[in-house]
Design a protein around this ligand. Structure first.
Ligand SMILES: [Zn+2]
Length: 766
């Protein structure tokens, strides 16, 4: 009594061959329906979900309904953008088919498509998207590209595929589609520029570009020129919009449609005439101006001039102040860091930045949510002041575990009766490396890795080359050692260095010192021994003398320190909720009880000085960014980037609205000859702007692949593009007392300031 099935899903395997090509095999689930006693093929078995303007078809084996809903949400965002930009009020609902399998995609679209193609559509047909990865950015750009083609078809701009007269408008189709794809994601124009600008720039410089007034139809574009065709089309459309705005682009498209309809017998390309009719431009000068725009990769002239106003002497003045003894090395948790934070906050206030440090709950002026995160960054009516608290609150406070040396460590050699034989000199002969405590015990030479069966009964262990001294100290203290002295090959100058403190109380309860090679030789001399005597000694060999070590720290306490956060609100209501972060850490490694202090001029008072003067250049020139820019002076970077980690857990603006991060670290000098910038392909929009910008400033910078070090990588790991500037080989002088303001090179500081001013204003502008 069962009714016969009327529908079936069958796993199909299909082989396709283009004449002369290799066969392509695809497997997929196909739907069959039973009609009139026969099974009929009904296409791919899709799952479906609809929204206002789209019907999404996708493979339910690979994606769930939540994914489909999210994809439709992205598509609706794209729809709003593209139709508004192109002035379209109604468009028939669009079908989007998403392919996970590239071969099935090409079988359904065109077998000749390259495998990196993300989308395909034809007039009135569905939008076909190939998913190359999980990136929402890529998906959204692909939908925008194909939807733009459909909007242009609907407006009457004919198919870029058709040969003959209409084919000549392929460049306009692709140019607008690529331009719109760049408009739908944050910093999208900069992403697109990173992808396309270098190609066009190289072509124009070698006069290899397609002739602008006779762009070829698609079928005449050689395979190896497809990338340039896309790139040049994007560049010309971007240039039109930069010069004439979106209304200009709409007029040019409308004019192209009119001329296309009226010129059935003319060989197409009326681009020159259309530009003149729609925009009133002289085609010759338009061509020359576009070529110049492409040649400089779009770097805006006015921003180059703005960047050249950067005052290195003012930045250097900040460096001199912050590296002076009054700031005592700016150690997080110590008064010098608090003084520095107050100095920066005062600067931010004088620059008119909005204080974003304090708790935001209950403030009305930003429409903040109860969670303390700003949900809406639109600032009607210009700069706002915080009235609820009455004061300016730039400091975002957070606790750190703080401890410091309270006396100069000592190391004393005693004879068996406890009479002093020799006093070693701190930093000259030895330096603390871990742990704490006061100990006095028999000195025992140990040269066995395996401590099985040994117990030191409070003796002080002397060893060479222990690898990781922390791990070794833990092992030795478990075997009863009262202290550890590691004999190194280092020289005294290696001990003129500021220590980066452990973040939490260490598990080491004994004092651990390193001694120089010279101090070790002196010790052996005192003992009347030579090194080879020790080599032949038993694994644990008492040396017949006593050693006393003192290493006294304050108790570890939870101590407040702070990030200093100031916002320059964006002027464009559509872009103000996109935030660029420009950041530099202000803390350093403080001072030592022996009176030595670490000025940290290059590391990183230089970054702070450059950051402050960049804001001042903007203010004095009346430059107001379209996007919002958060200037962040981070605290406690030397403690494993504690300040940035705190910020990421308590962001002043949502991370989803944070579009890029520029990091400055030691930008005033280095032993090398170049300013370096770190970034990967994931950082393309920033990296490309740096490359284009340095060329226009007639400077040289070199890109390095990110090593995963530095506070900015914490932002990278949330998917936010970053770029970090540091002078080549600056690290050779890190944490040295010689890192003083008079070692900063004003010209190098100027370069850092100019490139920061240029790229931050560029990224914040469009
Ligand atoms: Zn296209």
């Amino acid at each position: 009594g069962q009714r016969p099935a009327t529908e079936a899903v069958v796993a199909l395997s299909v082989e396709s061959v283009i004449a002369g090509g290799q066969p392509i095999q695809v497997g997929y689930d196909a739907r069959f329906v039973r009609e009139g006693g026969r099974w009929l093929y009904a296409g791919v078995a899709w799952n479906e979900l609809a929204s206002t303007h789209f019907l999404l078809k996708y493979d339910g084996n690979n994606h769930d309904a939540a994914w489909a809903q999210r994809t439709l949400d992205l598509a609706e965002e794209v729809y709003a953008q593209v139709t508004a930009d192109l002035g379209v009020t109604s468009l028939l609902p669009q079908e989007i088919k998403v392919y996970d399998d590239g071969e099935l995609f090409r079988t359904s679209a065109s077998l000749s498509l390259p495998d990196w193609t993300t989308g395909w559509t034809e007039s009135g047909a569905s939008i076909k998207i190939q998913l190359l990865d999980d990136s929402e950015r890529t998906l959204q750009r692909a939908i925008a590209h194909e939807l733009t083609h459909q909007v242009l078809f609907a407006q009457g701009l004919s198919s870029p595929l058709a040969g003959g007269i209409d084919g000549g408008l392929a460049w306009l189709h692709e140019g607008v589609a690529n331009f719109e794809a760049g408009r739908v994601i944050p910093l999208g124009a900069h992403w697109a520029a990173g992808q396309y600008s270098p190609l066009v720039q190289a072509a124009v410089r070698h006069q290899d570009e397609f002739p602008l007034y006779s762009m070829p139809p698609w079928e005449d574009v050689p395979d190896d020129q497809v990338g340039l065709f896309y790139a040049q089309s994007w560049s010309v459309v971007s240039f039109i919009v930069e010069q004439h705005g979106l209304p200009g682009l709409r007029r040019f498209i409308a004019q192209s449609i009119v001329s296309q309809a009226g010129t059935e017998t003319r060989p197409i390309d009326d681009t020159a005439a259309n530009l003149h009719a729609a925009l009133g431009v002289d085609p010759e000068s338009f061509l020359a101006e576009w070529q110049e725009y492409a040649r400089v990769a779009g770097v805006p002239d006015d921003l180059v001039s703005l960047a050249r106003r950067f005052p290195p002497e003012r930045a250097l003045a900040h460096v001199a102040i912050l590296s002076s003894p009054e700031f005592s090395g700016r150690e997080a948790g110590a008064p010098g860091a608090d003084l520095t934070a107050a100095y920066i906050a005062e600067q931010f206030a004088s620059l008119g930045l909005l204080p974003l440090g304090g708790p935001l709950t209950g403030t009305a002026w930003l429409g903040s949510s109860s969670s303390g995160v700003i949900t809406n960054l639109q600032f009607p009516g210009g700069p706002l002041t915080r009235t609820e608290t009455g004061g300016l609150d730039y400091l975002q406070q957070f606790p750190i575990s703080y401890t410091h040396l309270i006396s100069v460590p000592t190391l004393t050699l005693l004879d068996a009766d406890g009479t002093g034989l020799h006093e070693f000199t701190y930093r000259q002969d030895f330096l603390e490396s871990a742990g704490e405590g006061i100990t006095e015990g028999e000195l025992v030479w140990v040269h066995a890795e395996d401590l099985e069966g040994m117990h030191f009964g409070g003796a002080v262990v002397l060893e060479r080359d222990v690898g990781d001294p922390v791990a070794r100290a833990v092992q030795l203290q478990d075997h009863g050692a009262g202290g550890l002295i590691v004999a190194t090959d280092k020289e005294s100058r290696n001990f003129q260095v500021g220590h980066v403190r452990p973040i939490t109380g260490s598990e080491i309860t004994i004092p651990v010192f390193e001694i120089t090679g010279t101090a070790f030789e002196m010790l052996l001399e005192r003992l009347g021994m030579e090194y080879r005597d020790l080599s032949f000694a038993p694994p644990a060999f008492p040396l017949g003398v006593q050693m006393q070590q003192t290493l006294v720290r304050s108790p570890v306490t939870a101590t407040p320190t702070a990030n200093v956060l100031g916002l320059l609100p964006g002027s464009d209501p559509d872009l103000a909720d996109e935030v660029l972060i420009v950041g530099a850490h202000y803390d350093h490694v403080g001072q030592s009880p022996d009176g030595l202090y670490f000025p940290g001029a290059n590391q990183n008072a230089s970054g702070v000085g450059v950051l402050l003067e960049t804001v001042r250049v903007w203010q004095s020139a009346g430059y107001r960014p379209a996007r919002s820019v958060l200037f962040a002076a981070w605290g406690a970077e030397e403690l494993d980037s504690a300040g940035v980690a705190h910020y990421l857990a308590h962001p002043a603006v949502p991370l989803t609205q944070t579009v890029g991060v520029i990091a400055l670290d030691s930008v005033g000098n280095g032993r090398g000859y170049r300013l370096l910038f770190y970034g990967t392909r994931e950082d393309l929009p920033l990296v490309h702007r740096v490359e284009a910008g340095t060329a226009e400033l007639n400077r040289r910078a070199q890109r390095r692949i990110s090593t995963g070090e530095g506070w900015q990588t914490l932002f990278s790991s949330t998917g936010i593009p970053t770029v970090k500037f540091i002078w080549d080989e600056a690290e050779r002088d890190f944490y040295m007392p010689t890192d003083t303001a008079d070692h900063i090179d004003p010209d190098r500081l100027a370069f850092s300031g100019e490139i920061l001013t240029l790229i931050s204003s560029w990224l914040a502008r469009q």
